[in-house]
Design a protein around this ligand. Structure first.
Ligand code: AMP
Length: 276
């Protein structure tokens, strides 16, 4: 596996390859969920590039940025084992030689759910993803559906910037008890981790209860259940149109999705599940 920290070195290497480039951007602290993206990228491209960069501009909470786990050596070993060809691990100075003042407009997508609860988050995501796409120039980029709203934002970004990259959403990988894998899970205490297992259970309950017309009833039920779990502090639980995250309209929308963001102790966790 080739490891680069500078864009010029990365591009020098990549420009000599004549292969379909599959790209997996990450913030490190890699787990099996990330590895599944690498595997999918390998299956669909000739050369796999993974980036590890904890992007400061997408953290609306400074404490979250400070405590974000950093495990570079273990990450590199995992990537090597997964068959990743290139690891790009730039410094903050490399990605932001000057302050990025760009303001993107994603309309409703940036004002709802995580857009509303994490002001500036998706703007920061758009800044770094556009810079990484510019550096790597991938043919395909692989993103986890765990960050469902992020996938929609990135698709919109690529459209707005007219970038020639195919965005490929990949399924959520889960622990045996159903909790969506996340780099932040290692920060949970034993008790928090036990209670966090309620999240996928609630999502399954919502799916079982949803009949296409009773979104408000399901929302009430799940909100009551969240309130009964001592360590949980919810940001939101919503049932939306899976296509664009607008209010779900049973008369015209084909697919509903349940989305949740909840603090378990100090750690904010998200999950989602397609309904019906
Ligand atoms: P992160 O390092 O958290 O920024 O995630 C990097 C990529 O991995 C994003 O596209 C995430 O959606 C994806 N990812 C994170 N957790 C999972 C998971 N449990 N299953 C599948 N993909 C994931």
């Amino acid at each position: 596996m080739h490891v680069f920290g500078h864009i010029s070195d990365l591009q020098g290497f990549l420009s000599a390859q004549n292969k379909i480039i599959g790209f997996v951007p990450t913030m490190g602290a890699l787990h099996t969920g990330h590895v599944s993206l690498i595997k999918e990228a390998k299956a669909q491209s000739g050369l796999v590039v993974c980036s590890i960069f904890v992007n400061p501009t997408q953290f609306n909470d400074k404490k979250d940025l400070e405590r974000y786990p950093r495990t570079f050596e273990a990450d590199a070993a995992l990537l090597r084992e997964a068959g990743c060809d290139v690891l790009f691990a730039p410094s903050v100075e490399e990605m932001y030689p000057e302050v990025d003042t760009r303001k993107f407009d994603f309309g409703f997508l940036d004002r709802t759910l995580d857009g509303a609860f994490r002001p500036g988050h998706f703007n920061g995501v758009a800044q770094i993803v556009s810079k990484l796409f510019e550096a790597v120039k991938p043919h395909k980029a692989f993103f986890g559906q765990k960050d469902y709203q992020q996938v929609l934002v990135v698709k919109e970004l690529v459209k707005q910037l007219k970038m020639q990259v195919e965005i490929i959403p990949c399924p959520i990988l889960r622990d045996p008890d159903g909790l969506a894998m996340s780099s932040r899970n290692v920060l949970l205490t034993k008790e928090e981790r036990e209670q966090a297992a309620a999240i996928p259970k609630l999502m399954q309950e919502a799916k079982a209860m949803f009949n296409g017309r009773n979104a408000a009833e399901v929302k009430k039920h799940v909100e009551n259940r969240i309130a009964s779990i001592p360590l949980f502090k919810p940001d939101y639980f919503e049932i939306r149109n899976a296509e664009d995250l607008s209010e779900f309209d049973p008369a015209k929308d084909r697919q509903a999705i349940a989305l949740i963001a909840v603090f378990c102790g100090r750690i904010r966790l998200i999950d989602n599940l397609l309904l019906q």
